[in-house]
Ligand binder design. Sequence first.
Ligand code: NAP
Length: 264
Amino acid sequence: MRFAITSKGDAVSNTLMLKMKTYLQDFELIYDEDRPDIVVSVGGDGTLLYAFHRYKSRLDKTAFIGVHTGHLGFYADWVPEEIEKLVIAIAKTPYQTIEYPLLEVIIRYIDGGKETRYLALNECTVKSVEGTLVMDVEIKGQPFETFRGDGLCISTPSGSTAYNKALGGAILHPSLPAIQIAEMASINNRVFRTIGSPLVLPDHHTCLLKPVNDVDYQITIDHLTLLHKDVKSIQCRVAKEKIRFARFRPFPFWKRVRDSFISG
Ligand code: NAP
């Protein structure tokens, strides 16, 4: 079996990365940064986001494992004290995998130029470069509303505990193949109206955002922020690809939610 390890880059994570690398090689696993079967991310949820984007072209061949060197994470749920146990489990146990849904974002441009396709593990956010974001929102091919406000956040179930939660979105269990649209400070008065509630769409529904006047946007895909010019539309739906995590023990999602936000 081939493996790779990504580190957050701080001293603690780097030391742990080297230790795990040596232990796994002692068990005759092969270190291969280009074609790993298993990717171990050492750091936090942010580190796993980076690892996901690095290996997103081979999701069907890769299983992820997250070790956290800070606070408990949603993707990084092993602690440094457990790494000997984890290494033995990786080397000796035929591991099970669980899959989480991803978000597909397709951005099309006015000049008919090449469209760009992204996969997000947490979310995509859309903000205007200057002033209020004004976008027509279509759901499943039907006009839904004209959104005016700071921005929109379209998240995956596993990303629902990140930015989406800060916006008052619901926490979705990652076994649900769905995406969630949450508003950022919408303008609501006698003239302008938005739904005001987060919306959860199933995997056969598509959400299309169409510019009303401005065409330049600041769009983030997880940690990556890019300026997109001359945007014609932004299409979001549940991706056909999924991320796979190697599971060696049960760690129920709602327990992680409780431990992270209520009492850990
Ligand atoms: P960052 O600003 O350095 O960290 C954002 C925080 O979000 C970190 O504490 C990170 O945990 C945590 N996080 C990441 N994914 C999560 C998840 N699925 N559930 C719960 N918490 C999660 O940025 P970053 O490390 O590059 O991560 C990018 C993410 O930051 C974005 O995808 C977005 O979700 C989030 N973000 C949140 C807000 C907000 O809550 N107001 C605003 C902007 C961006 P670790 O410490 O374990 O890495």
